[in-house]
Structure formats: C-alpha cells, structure tokens
Design a binder for this molecule. Sequence first.
Ligand code: PAP
Length: 342
Amino acid sequence: MNPIELESSFDYTTLRGEPETIQNKFKEIISRAPRNNEWTSFIELFQYQGFWHSPSFLEGTILAQEEFQPHPNEIILCSAPKAGTTWLKALAFSILTRSKNTLNNLEPNPLLSSTPHECVPFLEVDLFQKKQTQYPQIPLIATHLPYVSLPKSITTNSTCRIVYISRDPKDVVVSMWHFIGNIKTCKNNEESAIFPLERAVELFCEGISKNGPYWDHVLGYWKASLEQPDRVLFLKYENLKSDTKVWVKRLAEFMGFPFSSEEVIEDAIQKVVDLCSFENLSNLEVNKNAEFNLFSTVKVKNNKYFRKGEVGDWKTCLSEEDRKKIDRISEEKLKDSGLTFG
Ligand code: PAP
C-alpha cells in the first residue's frame, strides 16, 4: 500500500501541534515499517515500537502520542484485541454510570441501546476522528496499545488509572481468527480454507497479530501492575468468568466508585454483572442486528464482538500440536514473571 494514498478519517483541524508535522511523521513511519498482510489481504499490519498495528490504528496512535491529554480522573481500559475488551468496556461503563433507577430499569440504560464500543471510545480510533464520541462526559477511554506505546501523558506524571484485561492466548488466537477471518465455524474445513487456523497460530506465535506479540503486550502491563499496583489493575478474563461478582466489586473499588453498603444489600453488584453478561448483551437488538462505524470507511457488525464468550473454546478447534506450541511459548515468555494464564 502506498501510504500517500491512505484515506484518513482523522480530524487534524483541532490539533494543538502542527498537522503537517504529525502527518509527515506518520507517513515516514509507515514508509519504513516492516509490514505483513497475511491475516487479511485488505488490511496490512505495520510494525511500530515492536508491535503490529493496522494503518488507521497506527495513525491514531501517533496522534494520541503527540496530542492526548488525559483528564486527571480518566480511567484507561487496556487490552490486546480479543482478550475481553467489549466485556470490560460494558462493566466499567455500567459501574461508572450506575444508579438505582438504571439498574432497576426505571430509566433507560445506554448499554441496552448502544454497543459497549459506542459507550467507551478507543483512544487510537475515536478521539481524533471527525465523529463525536457519544458520552464525552464519562472519563473512560479504551486502547489496544501496548504499555510502551501509551502516550507519555498517561504513563508519566499522571494520576489516571489503568485497567488491563488478559486472556489465555489459545482463546485469543481462536477468537481473533474467527473475527478477522470472518469464518463462521472452526469445524467447517471449507470455510477455514480461506485462512487456515494453523497459519493464524503460526503468525500469532511469531508475534505477528494485531497489537502482537501478544505475550509482550500482556507482560508490559503485568510489570506495570507490579510496579504501580495503585495505578494499574491487572485482570484475567478467566477469573472474571469464574468469580464475576468478586472481580466486579474489586474493579469498582479500583476505579474509585465502590459499591456502598446500601447497594450491596440491594444486590447492585449482581445487577451490573447480569447487565453485562454475555447472555444479556449478546441478545440485545443493538448487539444482534446493528453495526457501527469503526472508521468512516469501515463498518463492523456488532454481533461480531459476541461469538461464544467462553473459557477454553480453543479445545474445539486447536490441534494438540498447536496447543503445545502456544503453551511452550507462554512458559518461556512468562518464566520468572509470576504470571500464569488461565
Ligand atoms: P475487541 O478487542 O475486538 O473489542 P474483545 O471484546 O476483546 O474484542 O473480544 C471478543 C471476545 O470477547 C469474544 O470471545 P470469543 O470469540 O471467544 O467468543 C466475545 O464472545 C467475548 N465477549 C464479548 N462480550 C462478552 C461478555 N459480556 N462476557 C464474556 N465474553 C464476552
């Protein structure tokens, strides 16, 4: 792809810095970056600061690195793609916006009519686009950026908090393969022939996947959470699945919006859990049939973010060889870190 021909959907007119300088920086980076288009033939991945990005996300990343100024109370929801972003967005949004009335359906709840991705914008996608974010007054932003690439305004001298969600890489690669390959069932060999799962696993293990290498992404935030436990909360998708109430309570405390004793008596935590459950969200009309504009040129069907929502779905489609391969990398990469998956 010729970078000059990239059609930008970002709004350079509102920047503090010089638009041309930033655009030139982006073009310069993208013209020199290693690239790979095996996951999808229409979106190439470009390597930047050790991680792989699609061009639009990369342009937004450079804009965010130059321009983003977090609000002191901002909460940044971080994840590698397919690790639980949609769920975390829903939970954090409903924790922040909860009221007796919304939780008891006496007032409209935005999560019932908007997909979680419309409720919480992406730093490197939505903030610098021409479109308006839907709830600008709510101090929540999400990002797929690795810790090293977060704007310095977030990582240095800032009071904003970071919540990270990780997931077993075997489930991440399977989820990503379904999402990107647009393949309906992993047992259907005919469809998987479009882009074989085995090749997806190979690329993923080489570190070539959106925002990969996955293990480095996780480790960046894991280390940050050990160094600054008051600023960085590290969650696991699997724990959230098995002990949802416990972790939602912990998440609310970390975010500075703990459940009051009155709310606990009224079972508000369970109501947040139920509202954001896979079963509830995936059956809402908005998440079943609507679509949203990821970029001005790219529409995504909301139901693509709700596939199975299970722990261990990899067992239905990964070969024993691929399972061993991923587990071996996890063992090597996480050695001495104190972190395990699952
Ligand atoms: P994104 O990074 O592209 O936004 P993300 O939300 O991280 O995607 O990942 C989607 C996965 O989360 C899907 O997993 P699966 O393919 O293994 O099924 C999706 O089903 C799952 N998911 C979405 N919402 C929920 C939820 N409320 N509870 C549990 N899992 C969920």
